[in-house]
Design a protein around this ligand. Sequence first.
Ligand code: 4NP
Length: 145
Amino acid sequence: MTTRILFVCLGNICRSPTAEGVFRALAPEVETDSCGTGDWHVGEPPYGEMQRAALARGYDLSDLRARQLAPEDFTRFDLLVAMDASNIENIEARRPAGNTTPLRLFTDYAPEAGMDHVPDPYYTRDFDGALDLIEKAARGLKASL
Ligand code: 4NP
């Protein structure tokens, strides 16, 4: 059974910490974490507008801090969940030789949404739209376990 899930995006200040916050509320029995493939925001809390939009729906992200994907993550987690195809490329480029930990797109768990990625609200400014999609995918992911 999948018990440790790592959500991955680019900066780890918008999409993946929100996925972590939503999923841990939905499935507290699952060990969750998030990280970014980039290192620009390491040590920072989630982006202010993202935190405010999440808190308005009851998700407090204030304890989270950005970190970068590390080689150990491939063995510490049972499932890696990426927000878009470029995350997948970046993750695969860092996968240690011989590692086979499953890597999936988060939107695969919300086929009803008809999306092939979670648009980055850091750029789109659509924080509520990102939350809508993340909530759907979180429900689908939980149902898949
Ligand atoms: P995220 O969004 O990958 O959803 O955390 C980003 C936030 C900041 C940057 C990139 C993506 N940045 O390059 O600063």
